[in-house]
Design a protein around this ligand. Structure first.
Ligand SMILES: Nc1nc2c(ncn2[C@@H]2O[C@H](COP(=O)(O)OP(=O)(O)OP(=O)(O)O)[C@@H](O)[C@H]2O)c(=O)[nH]1
Length: 372
């Protein structure tokens, strides 16, 4: 696979939103609000209950494995306890009438204890699934009251936050100002490239959660800096190491944190998120595709499990337009070429959210590959 092959992906692939979030963080409350909205009328919602016992979903409590409920607006919901890949493959014909598929969008709600990575793998690397579906975005709910403690205690919660495209902070109505601010700061340090939004009892326009993937970037090019993360914009604007002759400059989230947040406490090394870092690299000169490709291939095959997210807007030699790349662990979405450079600023930015990968490792190997 080429990371930079922009031949258009099959436009008929079904966009998938992965809804994740720790136990009790408000996923079902959110789903109950979403499924009633008109833009969800052609959605299939799959509740992945695999491995979970004693769920008491208000909406889905009567469903047994695979049983489906069709809501009055057309949205179909079902729960599964067995194999997700098989359910996804079968759904294409199972939810069809007279040869026509009944849904054109899929929402998967994971269990509260799920690491999202295996589900992303199923979606992106199982050929029979990836042929029909394309990951659109990962949405994670975080409880404003208990979120910080959950992040301390449960690595799964941290991975759910680190992989998110959008972080929805729930229960702000019962959280103190301090709890809310502390959680927001912490989430910004863990995943500076995720949008954060406060949620009141699940109320949100479904459209805000859809179209988070790179395919929709052109429509939202004003948001591109936010999509790449504050780290990327800080690096481009303020990095003291960025000089005209430098091949690349980098900041890690400790520096970004210092610029963005007043007196953030240093993470306790025993906390899970002491292991998570966001690293941003900025390149002034166009990058040779083959070299970056070789490096990405090497680094993701060696460290893919700990490379939680990779996002980039690249100035590739021989191309006039910016190229968006977007990966989860070693799996990459098809790259997307934007119409124009946002803000007219032409240079490459790469953001990595990693677990236990020091910035120096990325910087040295990347430098070597690009200079070779
Ligand atoms: N006060 C308040 N309560 C909320 C809010 N959102 C959800 N809740 C409550 O939090 C509890 C858990 O919400 P759920 O939606 O069931 O959470 P979940 O993530 O689906 O939980 P699991 O199924 O255990 O993974 C319920 O009692 C909700 O009513 C909110 O914004 N404010």
């Amino acid at each position: 696979m080429s990371y930079f092959d922009t031949s258009p992906p099959d436009a008929r692939r079904i966009p998938v939103t992965l809804l994740t979030g720790f136990l009790g963080s408000g996923k079902t409350t959110l789903l109950n609000e979403l499924v009633r909205q008109p833009s969800m009328s052609r959605a299939l919602v799959i509740i992945n209950e695999f491995g979970e016992i004693g769920l008491d979903h208000e909406l889905f409590s009567a469903s047994t494995d695979g049983e489906q409920i069709e809501l009055s607006n057309g949205c179909i919901c079902c729960s599964i306890r067995t194999d997700l890949a098989r359910t996804l493959k079968d759904a294409v014909w199972r939810f069809s009438r007279e040869g026509k598929r009944q849904f054109d969008r899929l929402i998967i709600e994971t269990t509260g204890l799920a690491d999202p990575a295996p589900i992303v793998h199923t979606l992106m690397s199982e050929a029979k699934v990836a042929r029909h579906y394309a990951l659109d975005g990962i949405v994670t709910t975080m409880d404003a009251v208990s979120g910080s403690v959950t992040l301390d205690r449960h690595e799964e919660a941290l991975r759910q936050a680190a992989m998110a495209d959008m972080l929805l902070i729930t229960k702000q109505d019962v959280a103190s100002r301090e709890q809310l601010d502390a959680l927001r700061q912490r989430l910004a340090a863990i995943n500076p490239s995720a949008f954060q939004k406060l949620l009141d009892h699940g109320r949100i326009e479904a459209d805000e959660l859809l179209g988070l993937g790179p395919e929709d970037m052109d429509a939202r090019s004003a948001d591109i800096q936010r999509w790449l993360g504050e780290a990327a914009s800080n690096a481009s604007l303020h990095s003291p190491t960025l000089s005209p002759g430098a091949m690349f400059a980098s900041v890690d989230n400790a520096e970004v944190q210092a610029g963005m947040m007043p007196a953030a406490p240093l993470p306790d090394p025993n906390r899970h998120d002491a292991h998570i870092r966001a690293h941003c690299f900025v390149f002034e000169r166009p990058i040779r595709a083959s070299r970056l490709e070789a490096w990405l291939s090497m680094i993701t095959s060696l460290m893919g499990h700990d490379m939680l997210r990779i996002k980039g807007m690249l100035d590739i030699e021989g191309r006039d337009r910016p190229l968006i790349i977007h990966g989860v662990q070693h799996l990459f979405h098809p790259p997307v070429e934007l119409e124009a450079w946002p803000g007219g600023e032409r240079f490459s930015r790469l953001v990595f959210i990693t677990r236990d990968i020091p910035r120096e490792t990325l910087e040295m190997t990347l430098g070597d590959f690009l200079a070779s």
